[in-house]
Design a protein around this ligand. Sequence first.
Ligand SMILES: C[S@@+](CC[C@H](N)C(=O)[O-])C[C@H]1O[C@@H](n2cnc3c(N)ncnc32)[C@H](O)[C@@H]1O
Length: 238
Amino acid sequence: MNKLQELQKITDSVDGWLTPREGEFLYNAAKKCPKGTVIVEIGSWKGKSTIWLGSGSKEGNRAVIYAIDPHTGSSEHRKSFGKVWTFGKFKKNIKKAGIADVVVPVVKTSEAAAKDWKKKVGFLWIDGAHEYEMVLLDYKLWEPHLVNGGVIAFHDSQTKGPRRVVKKHLYCGSKFKNVGFIEGVTYATKVGRITAADKARNLYAFLLTTVYSLAGRVPLPKFVKVIGNKMAKIFQAN
Ligand SMILES: C[S@@+](CC[C@H](N)C(=O)[O-])C[C@H]1O[C@@H](n2cnc3c(N)ncnc32)[C@H](O)[C@@H]1O
């Protein structure tokens, strides 16, 4: 069994919504996190994404993961499950996965954790509350700490709140290049300023994600689906 298969087996037993391909993306991003920077995770739940991040980090520069979550769930969890407290399970799962030595749990909201934050962030993973205002707040609070060359990624970026933020600030903004997606994750690399070519590529990628997402829902002509899917693959992480 190789490392990724082993990780899939471990994370399969952890409650959460992340798919194996999304997990693999986090693993690789954490592995490449630049020296002298840390990883910030907003929204840890019971540690599924934290385990992929921690394992990737240990294969790379051992960037510390600040796992920020008040552990009281998001509004949709409280609606479904009532009172939520995930910190016990989170600690147990990261310990069992052998990554507790690279994880600093921060039992706070992202807003409280951002106060007095000083560390340089090399990878910013946003998977907290999914309402538009909350995703935007996470972006505005944490993006300034992301170094140039660092990577930002949003989960559930096909859903309303994250999708609006990703569209405005990644695909159509002026700070990120090489926007891509892998299943529900949209990611991009921060740069000081984007070139006209980067901007055109981002817009092109946006059009393709639109075709790609429509391809599954609307009866498009087959040739449009085939071309859309083929082109979209170019913009997906491998
Ligand atoms: C979708 S879950 C995260 C799933 C996790 N990334 C995984 O892969 O298993 C969303 C989490 O965001 C947390 N959350 C909600 N509001 C938050 C906030 N303002 N700051 C940080 N975390 C928040 C919730 O407690 C919940 O655990």
